[in-house]
Design a protein around this ligand. Structure first.
Ligand SMILES: [Zn+2]
Length: 453
C-alpha cells in the first residue's frame, strides 16, 4: 500500500481543492436551493475522476447521481452518499460564510464539508490513487448519491426500487463514519427505523370563549389523555405487542457495546442534566440508547401559547410523535398497534396521520464477512481496535437498500469528519490532517475488499 499512500499524500492539495469545489455550490434540500446544479456538479466531477456518471430522475424530488467504474474482482461495492446539506441558519454564528470554503487553524470550514461532501471527495480521491498506482480498481464500485437525505430522503426509496438492477451490489457502505475519541475508527452496522405521526383531536368547529368550558368539550384534554396512555409509568411503551419483535443483542453485539468508551457522562454535562432516565450510566446506558425502541413527543400544540393570557377553548389539538424502531419492528406494524391501542383506551376520536417516509431498522450482523474485512482494514490502518456500534441510535433510509440491492450494509471508516465537526451546526468543519488518512483508509478498505475471493 506504500506507493498508494505516497500518491495520496502527493495529491493532498488536489483533494482539498476538490472538496472546496463541492462545498462552494449551495445545495440545501429543505429550501430546494441549488440541487440541480449540485447534481450536475457531482456528475461532472465523477466523470473527471473516470467514472461513468448520470443523473437518474426521481418522482418529484431532486435527481439521484449514479456512477460506476469497473474493477478486477467479481464483487461490487455500492457507496451511498448525499449531495444535499442542512440549512445554514443561524447565519450570524458562522465565522466565515458557509458556502465560501475557508481554511483556518488547520481546519476547513464550510456547510457540507463533513456531512457529506467530504466523504464523497475522500472516496473519489481513493479511487484516483488506486487507479494511478495499479492501473485498475480492486473491485467494481458504484455510487448512489441522494439529493434529499437531510430532508428525509422522501423520493429515495421509490427511486432505488426502480433502479434496483443498476444499483445491485455485494456490499454497501453508507456515509463514512467519522473518527471517535483518540482517533478510534468506528463501524456502525445499522440504523433505527422510524414511524412519525401527527395525532390530532377536534371538537367544536371554531375556537370558543373559555367560559364555555363548563359545557363544551376541549380537544386538548382528549389529546393529553391519549398521549398519557402511550407509556407505562416505568417508561416502557404501552402499545400491545410493541416489544414482541425486538431482536435482543447477541453475545458479539453485547461484547462490542461493552468495549465502547463511556460517552454518557460527557453527554450528560453537555445537556446540563442532573441524571439520565432511570439513572442510567455505563453499559446499561449504551444498551438502552442503541437497543431500545422509543416513543417520543416531538411537539404539542393547542389553543393559545403566546405572552399574557387569552381565555380560549381550542377547537383542535395536535401532537407530533416519533417512534424509533429497532430490528425487527416495522413502522406499519407499530402504526397498527398505535391505532388499536388508542381504540382500546376509548380514544377512537384521536386521528393518526403518518408523516413522511416510514423507515425500517436495519442491522448487519457483526460476523458478516464484509464487516469483518472492513474492521480488520480499519485496525490495520489505525493500529487500534475499531469501535463497533451494532446499530446507530439515529435513523437513515437504509432499509430500501437492504431490501433491494444488497445483503450487507454498514458505515465504515473513511469519513472526513470527527466527533467535533459540528455537522448540521454553524462552523461545520473538518481537520485538514484527517483528510489524507480518510483517503488512505478508504483505499486500504477497497483493496482488502478486492482481495476477498
Ligand atoms: Zn446530515
Amino acid at each position: 500500500m506504500d506507493s498508494v499512500y505516497r500518491t495520496i499524500e502527493a495529491h493532498g492539495e488536489r483533494s482539498l481543492n476538490l472538496l472546496e469545489r463541492l462545498c462552494r455550490q449551495p445545495s440545501i434540500s429543505a429550501e430546494g436551493l441549488g440541487l440541480d446544479q449540485m447534481a450536475e456538479l457531482v456528475a461532472t466531477v465523477m466523470r473527471e475522476y473516470g467514472l461513468a456518471a448520470e443523473l437518474l430522475p426521481t418522482a418529484g424530488g431532486p435527481p439521484l447521481v449514479y456512477a460506476e467504474i469497473a474493477g478486477r474482482s467479481e464483487h461490487t461495492l455500492l457507496f451511498y452518499n448525499h449531495y444535499d446539506v442542512q440549512p445554514v441558519d443561524p447565519l450570524h454564528e458562522w465565522t466565515s460564510p458557509p458556502f465560501t470554503p475557508t481554511r483556518r487553524d488547520g481546519k476547513l470550514f464550510a456547510r457540507g464539508v463533513s456531512d457529506n461532501k467530504g466523504d464523497l471527495a475522500v472516496r473519489l480521491e481513493a479511487i484516483a490513487a488506486l487507479r494511478e498506482v495499479n492501473g485498475e480498481l480492486p473491485l467494481t464500485i458504484k455510487f448512489v448519491v441522494d439529493g434529499e437525505e437531510e430532508s428525509g430522503s422522501r423520493t429515495f426509496p421509490a427511486a432505488v426500487r426502480s433502479y434496483r438492477d443498476r444499483l445491485a451490489a455485494d456490499v454497501c457502505i453508507s456515509e463514512g463514519s467519522g473518527l471517535g475519541v483518540d482517533k478510534t475508527p468506528v463501524l456502525v452496522l445499522g440504523v433505527k427505523g422510524m414511524l412519525y405521526v401527527e395525532l390530532s383531536t377536534s371538537a367544536a368547529i371554531v375556537d370558543a370563549h373559555s367560559a364555555y368550558a363548563a359545557v363544551v368539550p376541549n380537544p386538548s384534554w382528549r389529546l393529553v389523555g391519549a398521549l398519557a396512555t402511550l407509556k407505562h409509568p416505568d417508561g416502557r411503551v404501552a402499545l400491545e405487542g410493541f416489544y414482541d419483535r425486538v431482536r435482543p443483542f447477541g453475545p458479539q453485539e453485547r461484547a462490542a457495546l461493552e468495549a465502547m468508551p463511556d460517552q454518557a457522562e460527557e453527554l450528560r454535562r453537555a445537556l446540563g442534566l442532573e441524571a439520565f432516565l432511570d439513572d442510567l450510566t455505563g453499559y446499561p446506558w449504551r444498551e438502552r440508547l442503541y437497543g431500545a425502541p422509543t416513543c417520543n413527543i416531538c411537539g404539542l400544540e393547542a389553543g393559545y401559547t403566546g405572552p399574557g393570557l387569552k381565555t380560549v377553548l381550542p377547537a383542535k389539538a395536535r401532537a407530533k410523535v416519533d417512534f424509533r424502531l429497532v430490528p425487527d419492528q416495522t413502522p406499519q406494524e407499530v402504526l397498527a398497534q398505535l391505532r388499536a391501542h388508542l381504540d382500546r383506551h376509548g380514544f377512537n376520536d384521536v386521528a393518526i396521520e403518518p408523516i413522511a417516509a416510514h423507515e425500517r431498522p436495519t442491522r448487519t450482523p457483526i460476523d458478516d464477512p464484509w464487516v469483518q474485512t472492513a474492521a480488520a482494514a480499519a485496525e490495520e490502518f489505525y493500529d487500534r481496535r475499531p469501535m463497533i456500534i451494532p446499530n446507530a441510535a439515529g435513523t437513515a433510509p437504509m432499509d430500501v437498500l437492504m431490501d433491494e440491492v444488497t445483503g450487507s450494509l454498514f458505515f465504515a471508516p473513511g469519513g472526513a469528519g470527527y466527533e467535533g465537526s459540528r455537522i448540521h451546526a454553524p462552523d461545520e468543519h473538518i481537520r485538514i490532517s484527517d483528510l489524507t488518512d480518510a483517503i488512505k483508509v478508504t483505499a486500504l478498505l477497497l483493496t482488502r475488499f478486492g482481495e476477498r475471493a
